[in-house]
Structures are given as C-alpha cells and as structure tokens.
Design a protein around this ligand. Structure first.
Ligand code: HEC
Ligand code: HEC
Length: 384
C-alpha cells in the first residue's frame, strides 16, 4: 500500500490543473452559493458547521489541512487510515481528486459515493466547504499553543486517552440501575423502562394502529424530499444512480425485471410511514419529526399519482383512507386458519411416490445453473 502517496501526488497535480479551468492560469471564480447545493449530496452522511457531529461519515469541520482518517472519535476504513499515515492531507487538490471518484483514489474507502462528475461542482463545493468548515488551512491547528485564542477550532487531542484506560474506568464506574431487582424466570437483566419500550415500539399497522398524531402536506413534503431524499432517490423518485426507485414502475410486476416501487409494489401506506420514520434519510435515520414523515409520505403518494393535489394534507385522521394500488394483490397470511393446520391433521397429499425417500442426484451434478452464453439475459428477473 506504500505506493499510495506517490500516485496521489501525480493525480493531484492533474486535478489542481483541472479545477483551475482548461486554459491553465485563467482563474475560474468558484461560487460558494452554488457549492451549497452540491453539498446536499453529502449531507445525508456528513455534518459541517457549529456543533457538527460524526454521522455515517466523519464531520468535516477543519477538513482543510486535516490528515486523512485522523479524527479520534470516528471509525474509518483501514484504507483511509493508512492513506493518512502515509501522508495524505486534505487540501483543494487532494479533496478534488477524492470527491471526483472516491473509490478510484482510495481503494477500500467506505464512503459509498459515486463521485462528482463536473469539475465546476467540485470547485464550487470546495469554495463553500472552505467557508463552512472553519476556513483556513489548518497548518496552524497542528500546533495548539499558537492558536490559544480559538478554543472552538482546537483539535480534539486533549481528551484522547488510551482506550484500555477508558473502558476500565467505565467498567469500574458501572452501577446497576436502581430498579434492577431480580425478576423473571432466570433473574437476568432488568425490566425495560416504559421509555425504553416506547422507543422500540414504533411499528405502524395497516389499520393505522401505532400512528403518532401529526400532519403534513404534499408541498411541505416536496421541500423536505428535495433537500433530504432527492440526492439518492432522484427528484421524481426515479432513483439516482443505483439507489432505490420510489415512484412509477406501474404494470411491470410480471416483467423480467420488475420495477418495484412504493406505487407499483408496496401493499400498505403504513409501511411507507413506518419505514421512512425508522430508516430514512439513509445515514441519518430518525432525524425527521412525525409531521415531516407525514409530509414526505404525502409527497410519495403524489409522486405515485395516488393524490394529485399539492395542497393535499395527510394526517393520522385521514391516513387509512388512502390505499396503495397494489394492495389487492397481497393477501393476509391465513395459514393458521387452514383446516389441516388448525386441527393438525395430515395435509392432503395424493399420488405420492411409494417407498422411502432416496437422493438420486445432486444439483451440482445435474448442473442446473444456466451458462452465461446468453449474455444479456443472465441474472435478469432478479428477485429482491
Ligand atoms: C453515503 C454516505 C456518504 C456520502 C454521500 C458522502 N460521504 Fe464522505 N465519507 C463517508 C464515509 C463513510 C467516510 C469515511 C471513509 C473511510 O473511512 O474510508 C467519508 C469520508 C470523507 C472524507 C474524509 C474525511 C477525513 O476525516 O479523512 C471527506 C473529506 C469526505 N468524506 C467528503 C465528502 C463530501 C464533500 C461529500 C459530498 C460531495 C461526501 N463526502 C459524500 C460517507 C459519505
Ligand atoms: C444517502 C442516500 C439516501 C438518502 C439521502 C435517502 N435514502 Fe431512502 N434509501 C436509501 C437506500 C440505500 C435504501 C435501501 C435500504 C435497504 O434496502 O436497506 C433506501 C430505501 C428507501 C425506501 C424503500 C425503497 C424500497 O422500495 O425498498 C424508501 C421509501 C425511502 N428510502 C425513502 C426515503 C426518504 C423519504 C428519504 C428522505 C427523507 C430518503 N429515503 C433519503 C438511500 C437513501
């Protein structure tokens, strides 16, 4: 892996030239305001600015001048840590290269981002990021004494303790909670508190059971969606790159490659509310308020033509009146009420082969996996 810094140095020279614009030397005015929009693509995974915390990715405060993979409280990939150890420091050139194609530059980085295709976007983004991340190249940050005046910009080393010491301290400090009276058959653990149960118990049923009170309109949902969802799912739910498609796909369920979306495939609206509230935006789950989730759910109904009015408001009161188109094609699991299941009788089997079961052939020998001859069709009709 030691060849990394050299490769990057060469690549970075090209990137620096590229960012400056085609005729080298002709300055291009990077526009930080335009960069703010580009940053929407990063937002689901990164925070920057006052109080920014690590999310899916590390916070980006002080990123200019920071050694790659060097935040103490973030768990980087091995590849990113090694790149830093080998001397990679973030500046316009190295960031430009990385953001244009993360995986091409740092093989094994866990940043799941395809890359910015336009040089202009990179330049604008970096201009914005430089402003928001605390500005100046942090060469000075590496010498804390020189920077006394600005505690906010100080690096995080001070409270970095060796880990062993930390966890030992933690285990000594542990006292069981007051309500830890032995209980249950095995006297293990303690009873979950009401708050803990409430935090887990957030499922929402098709009949509306579990819906929190709240409301939100299609147009409010559109704003949230544009800011927090469109970078992955596309402006119209068509899916950016390989991220999931959320709208359309009607009538494709019996195609070789069905397009399964909220509109074409999902059975219940409650699943949309439940799923989005629980899991989205990807990397920042549970950050939306209940009203926001109503609004985004209303917007997904709109993208899928179930409602057509931008003023439409979805709430806990009218929620169960709205149905997804594919609901009739699902049926409830009624096995428990089937006769042979309910009374545990023998299932009806006719014309069974007589005698005991014997293995006559194995799949590997039978060669049931189709060959790749028929190129295009390989792997089609994949089931999700
Ligand atoms: C899908 C989530 C995701 C998106 C989107 C994303 N990143 Fe990242 N980013 C990560 C992760 C995860 C890492 C840590 C990579 C590693 O450890 O290999 C990372 C690492 C970085 C680093 C290195 C920081 C350090 O401390 O060394 C920078 C800089 C960065 N990202 C900037 C960006 C910018 C700018 C964008 C938008 C153009 C972006 N990322 C989009 C997840 C993401
Ligand atoms: C950083 C990228 C990203 C962002 C931003 C994001 N999602 Fe997702 N979304 C995903 C991924 C990845 C999946 C698939 C997750 C899985 O299958 O485990 C997904 C799945 C979904 C699904 C289920 C799709 C299906 O058919 O399986 C819905 C609905 C959804 N997201 C809605 C949203 C909404 C609403 C927002 C904004 C509040 C949002 N997402 C923001 C990446 C993202």
């Amino acid at each position: 892996m030691l060849k990394f810094p050299k490769d990057l140095a060469i690549a970075a020279t090209f990137a620096a030239a590229a960012i400056l614009g085609q005729p080298i030397g002709q300055a291009v005015a990077a526009d930080p305001e335009a960069g703010a929009k580009v940053y929407n693509k990063c937002k689901a995974c990164h925070a920057v600015g006052e109080g920014a915390k690590n999310r899916v990715g590390p916070h980006l405060n002080g990123v200019f001048g920071r050694t790659a993979g060097s935040l103490e409280d973030y768990k980087y990939s091995k590849a990113m840590r090694e790149a830093g150890e080998e001397g990679l420091v973030w500046d316009d050139a190295t960031l430009g290269e990385y953001l244009a194609g993360p995986r091409a530059i740092i093989k094994g980085t866990k940043m799941a981002f395809a890359g910015l295709k336009k040089e202009e976007d990179v330049a604008n983004l970096l201009a914005w990021l430089r402003r928001e991340s605390g500005g100046a190249d942090a060469a000075a940050d590496e010498e804390p004494q020189a920077e006394e005046a600005e505690p906010a910009a100080a690096p995080e080393q001070p409270d970095a303790k060796p880990q062993a010491e930390d966890s030992q301290a933690a285990s000594e400090a542990y006292t069981p909670p007051a309500d830890a009276a032995p209980h249950g058959t095995y006297n293990l653990g303690r009873r979950a508190t009401e708050e803990e149960v409430a935090a887990w118990n957030i499922d929402i049923r098709p009949d509306g059971k579990g819906l929190p009170p709240g409301r939100g309109t299609v147009s409010a949902g559109e704003t949230i969606y544009t800011e927090q969802c469109a970078s992955c799912h596309g402006v119209f739910g068509e899916g950016a790159g390989r991220w999931p498609v959320l709208a359309g796909g009607f009538g494709t369920l019996d195609d070789q490659r069905p397009v399964k979306t909220v509109g074409s495939y999902w059975p219940y609206l409650s699943t949309v509310y439940d799923y989005v509230r629980r899991a989205m935006p990807f990397g920042d789950a549970r950050s939306l308020s209940d009203d926001d989730v109503y609004a985004v759910t209303a917007f997904l109904l709109y993208l899928n033509d179930v409602v057509t009015d931008e003023d439409f408001e979805l709430s806990h009161e009218n929620f169960t009146q709205y149905r997804l188109p594919n609901e009739p094609n699902f049926k409830a699991d009624d096995r428990a009420s089937e006769a042979h299941y309910a009374d545990r009788s023998e299932p009806c089997m006719t014309e069974c082969k007589p005698g005991p079961v014997t293995v006559e052939m194995r799949a590997a020998v039978l060669d049931v996996t189709p060959d790749a001859e028929n190129g295009e069709q390989m792997g089609s009709g994949a089931v999700d």
